[in-house]
Design a protein around this ligand. Structure first.
Ligand code: PLP
Length: 371
């Protein structure tokens, strides 16, 4: 279907590659010539550039966003017996990092309008075992960091930001990834900034965290063949670093275009059956995913598919009701807003290379929808 001119995909990465193929290929060629494949010069160079972009002192490149979350938990000393509060409405990997350490993720509901973690829902989940909170800037919309920080400070907890969907987003004028103790990013293909494969990064301001994560991702050693603790192979590949350095130059213009399309949807989609995410005044979202809710989401996705428009759902099952976490004993009704969203969400096409007529067609179809 992708070759079909009239078909609108939810996201189409081929357009970016076609536009910048020569530049990407030259960057990859250079890595090959120097055989700088694992970590090395091009991974290190990207770390510096990404830290500068985010405005954090350090960026620790890793092999994917899930590893970034795992290293963040390890750097903060999370381990067996500990609890970390995470939103029920997120991609499941937010919770994996907690589970990998032997600690337990505790799921908190989102708000009914921003669909981001609800500070009011966090308070009730705090126990003597709680070590911290992972907030997720989901769909590119910053969560209420001030609200979460206030609760965290009152209880002596850390705040980690899952920025996997929010490169370049701002909360009260500050970049995500500089707000909490650590910021975790993913460069999975389709994220606002993406590698040609897998990649991730942890941003932080504290040298001790950076050094510890650098050791952990590198088999637990500071000096080659001397292993000071049990480590991991979580290094960023040189080729991904080189590709990311090319993409990073385009990220500001991609973000501006995402914001332009997002604002058009917000202003021009007018259908009482469609509900859109709230974007508080003190935030600058980057529209990673444009999620709406409708009474019957299967019907809506089919309606769009019949008109050659691909939509999907983020996410059809909230984390607390995933089979993987059945042993934690959650039930339907525990996180009502997250459950409502899972049962009604639809993600509309949105990516920087969308053409004007495609944007207009999505808007017209939304406005014409009647079940
Ligand atoms: C993509 C994503 C991750 C995981 O990143 P990977 O690079 O795929 O491992 C974690 N959290 C959120 C919110 C994500 O969207």
């Amino acid at each position: 279907m992708s070759g079909d001119k009239g078909y609108i995909r939810r996201i189409d990465l081929t357009r970016d590659y076609e536009a910048h193929a020569a530049e990407y290929r030259a960057a990859i060629e250079q890595v090959c010539k120097e055989t700088a494949f694992s970590g090395g010069k091009y991974a290190d160079r990207f770390d510096e550039e990404f830290a500068a972009y985010v405005g954090s002192r350090y960026a620790c490149g890793v092999n994917n966003g899930t590893s970034a979350l795992h290293l963040a938990m390890l750097a903060l000393g999370v381990g067996p017996g500990d609890e970390v509060i995470v939103p029920a409405n997120t991609y499941i990997a937010t919770a994996w990092g907690v589970s990998y350490t032997g600690a337990t993720p505790v799921f908190a509901d989102c708000t009914g309008d921003t669909w981001e973690i609800d500070p009011a829902a966090i308070e009730a989940k705090i126990t003597p075992r709680t070590k911290g909170i992972i907030g997720v800037h989901l769909y590119g919309q910053p969560f209420d960091f001030a609200g979460v920080r206030e609760i965290a400070d009152r209880h002596g907890l850390f705040v980690v930001e899952d920025c996997a969907q929010a490169h370049g987003a701002k909360f009260e004028g500050k970049n995500v990834g500089t707000l909490g103790e650590l910021g975790c990013f993913s460069f999975y293909p389709g994220k606002n900034l993406y590698a040609f494969g897998e990649g991730g990064s942890v941003t932080c301001g504290k040298e001790a965290y950076y050094k510890h994560m650098t050791r952990l991702k590198n088999q637990g050693c500071d000096v080659r063949y001397y292993h000071d603790e049990i480590g991991y192979n979580y290094r960023l590949e040189g080729m991904q670093g080189a590709v990311l350095s090319v993409s990073l130059k385009y990220l500001p213009q991609w973000t501006a275009r995402r914001q332009e399309i997002g604002r058009r949807y917000l202003q021009e989609i007018r259908n009482p059956l469609i509900t859109m995410q709230a974007h508080p005044e003190n935030t600058e979202p980057v529209f990673h995913l444009f999620v709406i809710t409708v009474p019957d989401h299967e019907d809506f996705v089919q309606y769009m598919a019949n008109a050659d428009v691909e939509c999907n759902m983020h996410y059809p099952v909230p984390c607390h009701l995933q089979k993987a976490y059945a042993h934690l004993g959650y039930r339907e009704g525990d996180c009502p807003h997250a459950e409502y969203l899972a049962a009604h969400c639809v993600t509309l096409p949105l990516f920087p290379e969308m053409r004007e007529e495609e944007i207009a067609r999505v808007i017209d179809l939304c406005n014409a929808y009647a079940p």
